[in-house]
Write a protein that binds this ligand. Structure first.
Ligand code: FE2
Length: 358
């Protein structure tokens, strides 16, 4: 595989002092001990937007998509699994509890982030508890990296009054409301855990911090200013920012940071219905006519080395029932010009870093 080389100035390699122990915090209370920093690469199985909802969306008639993703994580000997939100539409139903039991108790430790839908069926605090998160936003250190989980699932019916998603309340927001905010206190928290972090930071959020369209985070410029402030002070502090939500596979390098739109494990959504799936299937998947599904689940293996290399081994599937967006009369590209396809691309980036001799 070709290795792209991207120049970055003055990366602080000294942060990877051999043997420096990193203690995990806010990791759901499991008391794991993180690997010592600098002990080699960290391997993470990544997926997003499974939208497990039996009876409604494509590929959710059983847990096989989840099982296949977890089997890959185990096969590839990953250190952890993480999803970029919209795993579920609530945590109260027996089938939702069953999926969570599988994910939370799997032998490879699984982490969660909140999507806009994960608390549709209950207050968001209940989802946090079931997801073993201390709050919607939290951070933990693992394998010499700091994972910063952001929570932009807030809307404003009036300026400055931030309401967290819960029980589907955002479907009833008033005319003129705005959605996808990082409230000021959370912005401050992000600054406190990112700027001056002793470890390179991986930032996760369900909604995008870099998109122009497709419901990006409203105050994403302020968030990116924190990333850039951190990198100006200590180059290489923020190296990867990941999101789900748009069910699109895309990579972009902005201000020397890799921004990754993680594709859905399952399908693309369209507001307009189609009639291309078999009638029998529609009887058991009542909203699948709003989906263009993938045949097999998509996931990626993200491997990160302390010296700046980031490798993504994606996956490729096919259209469910052979029906593409074009076949169903949908556009292939979204407003940002990003293409819907059943794939997570692979890439191998070696960020050229300078050694700090201090
Ligand atoms: Fe979403």
């Amino acid at each position: 595989m070709d290795v792209a080389r991207i120049d970055r100035r003055g990366f602080l390699a000294g942060m990877f002092a051999a043997g420096a122990a990193v203690s995990a915090s806010a990791n759901g209370g499991r008391g794991e001990t993180a690997m010592p920093a600098g002990n080699g690469p960290l391997k993470v199985c990544v997926f997003s937007d499974l939208h497990y909802h039996p009876g409604r969306w494509t590929n959710t008639e059983d847990m096989s998509f989840m099982e296949k993703i977890l089997a890959r994580a185990e096969r590839e000997r990953c250190d952890m699994v993480i999803h970029c939100g919209d795993l579920l539409h609530g945590v109260r139903k027996p089938e939702q509890k069953a999926l969570l039991k599988l994910y939370n108790n799997f032998k490879v430790p699984g982490y969660h982030i909140l999507g806009n839908h994960d608390q549709d069926g209950n207050p968001y605090e209940e989802t946090c508890e079931a997801y073993r998160m201390p709050d919607g936003h939290y951070s933990f250190d693992k394998g010499g990296f700091r994972f910063v989980v952001a929570d932009p699932n807030y809307f404003c019916n009036e300026p400055g009054k931030f309401i967290h998603h819960g029980r589907g309340n955002y479907f009833k927001r008033v005319k003129g409301s705005t959605i996808n905010w990082i409230p000021p206190e959370q912005l401050e928290w992000m600054r406190s855990v990112i700027v001056g972090s002793p470890y390179p930071c991986i930032v996760l959020s369900h909604q995008s911090f870099e998109r122009g369209h497709g419901a990006p985070v409203m105050n994403s410029k302020e968030v990116r200013a924190i990333f850039n402030e951190a990198n100006a002070k200590k180059p290489g502090t923020v190296r990867l920012v990941m999101n789900g939500h748009l069910h699109i596979d895309h990579l972009r390098i902005l201000d020397g940071i890799l921004y990754w739109d993680v594709n859905s494990a399952n399908y693309q959504y369209y507001a307009k219905r189609h009639d291309k799936y078999p009638e029998e299937y529609m009887k058991t998947h009542r909203s699948a006519w709003n989906n263009i599904g993938w045949k097999e689940p998509l996931s990626a293996i993200l491997t990160m080395w302390p010296d700046g290399r980031i490798k993504i081994d994606g996956s490729k599937s096919d259209w469910l029932f052979g029906v593409s967006p074009t076949d169903a009369g949908y556009p292939l590209f979204d407003e940002d010009g990003r293409e819907t396809h059943p794939e997570i691309q692979s890439v191998d980036l070696a960020f050229k870093v300078a050694i700090d001799k201090r």
